[in-house]
Design a protein around this ligand. Structure first.
Ligand code: ADP
Ligand code: MG
Length: 379
């Protein structure tokens, strides 16, 4: 696939969003675009499947002029997966995955069997998930559906715009591993956008480090870029792992602490708590002792047979204080599985901190870091 002198100027803007971009994307390889927010990654990518019309330039896919292909041919050639999966909320998993084959006029039987094949491919059991709606899936499962949908019409080219940007680090790692596994079988030509350099290194056969207006600062293998960053901006990106170290400089008190959805005191009856949880539509509650100290987590399913809250569910493991670093909080969250309890100076319950708060903070630090470096070049 080739992009030649591609430029996009949005109406009413002074600077081009993408300025004279030229690149050859090798067939069957993963090319990762990495660069700061607003540098033009999405615009560049969406010109490939013509969700955005280039102002000028040429794009060829398999030697054919992409700008002359009709919409159906483009859909067959180019799959597209985006952040938060972009699923249709009122469609089931199966309907979401079958969208493009449906648009291409496949008959129902062929669509159904393709949907099942795709669900197996991305590790979602059709028996469990076929008829579910996106809101009944975890973030990671939604991303799997997004990938399955992008692959459904078996396009040779796959565009992925920060597809794993909205999930926690562990799920994200798993999804990355699976993409690599899939790719060894499928050998698609993939353009993958991220602003996470670590993700780029892990996934890319080649990485394009982009600056403002999609200027290519360096386009090479991950090894070559790590060994020889072309300039300070690229070097800044390579060192962006520094943002993780900043987790040790931030404290729990600096970030958002959320109340547990339902709390209960150990003396209350299990039936009462079950009702409170049902009313609040939550599946977990935190049990506090008589002195307001967190002692147990309990799942709504564990309350049916429980005789006392003192023994229901499981004990609270690692908790953190307002003075703990975010690094400590992250560890506690990972051991506790999703969120950790925050306690005050006398061990009393204050709230909880969840994985999303920490990942959002990391992301924010990364963006600030990237922006700092970007400023130097554009000045
Ligand atoms: P990235 O994906 O790297 O964050 P984008 O491609 O979304 O960057 O945006 C590149 C630039 O184009 C930004 O300055 C953005 O504000 C601008 N831009 C994006 N979409 C539009 C639009 N529809 N109209 C005007 N400007 C836009
Ligand atoms: Mg973008």
């Amino acid at each position: 696939m080739q992009l030649e002198n591609v430029t996009k100027r949005y109406p009413g803007t002074r600077e081009a969003a993408v300025d004279d971009f030229s690149m050859t994307v090798p067939a069957g390889k993963i090319v990762v675009f990495v660069g700061p927010s607003g540098c033009g990654k999405t615009t560049t990518m969406r010109m490939i499947n013509r969700l955005i019309e280039p102002t000028s330039g040429r794009i060829t896919i398999g030697g054919e002029d992409a700008l002359k292909l009709n919409a159906d041919t483009l859909r067959r050639r180019v799959g597209y997966a985006i952040q938060q999966a972009g699923l249709f909320p009122h469609f089931t998993v199966a309907q979401n995955i079958g969208v493009v084959p449906g648009l291409l006029g496949w008959d129902k039987k062929r669509v159904d069997s393709r949907v099942e094949e795709m669900m197996d491919l991305v590790g979602l059991d059709p028996a469990d998930y076929y008829h579910r709606y996106p809101r009944q899936l975890s973030g990671g499962q939604q991303q799997r559906v997004g990938v399955a949908r992008a692959l459904a019409a078996d396009p040779p080219v796959l565009l992925m715009d920060e597809p794993f940007g909205a999930v926690d680090p562990i799920t994200r790692g798993n999804l990355q591993d699976e993409l690599l596994r899939l790719q060894t079988e499928l050998k698609k030509t993939i353009v993958f956008v991220t602003h996470d350099f670590d993700e780029a290194v892990k996934l890319g056969d080649k990485i394009a480090v982009l600056g403002n207006q999609s200027t290519i600062l360096q386009y090479d293998t991950p090894d070559a870029i790590l060994a020889n960053p072309a300039n300070d901006t690229v070097a800044g990106f390579v060192g962006a792992g520094a943002s993780l170290k900043q987790l040790t400089l931030l404290r729990v008190r600096d970030v958002e602490i959320t109340p547990a959805p339902v709390t209960a005191t150990v003396g209350e009856s299990p039936a009462q708590i079950k009702q409170k949880m049902a009313d609040a539509k939550v599946s977990f509650a935190l049990i506090l002792d008589q002195r307001n100290r967190p002692i147990r987590w309990v799942h709504i399913r564990e309350l049916g047979t429980a005789t006392s809250l003192a023994s229901a569910g499981r004990p609270v493991g690692d908790s953190v204080s307002l003075q703990s670093t975010l690094q400590d909080a992250l560890e506690a969250i990972l051991t506790e599985g999703g969120n950790a309890v925050v306690t005050g100076s006398r061990g009393e319950y204050v709230g909880t901190i969840d994985i999303k708060t920490v990942t959002d903070t990391i992301q924010q630090l990364r963006e600030e870091h990237a922006d700092d470096h970007n400023g130097g070049v554009t000045a």
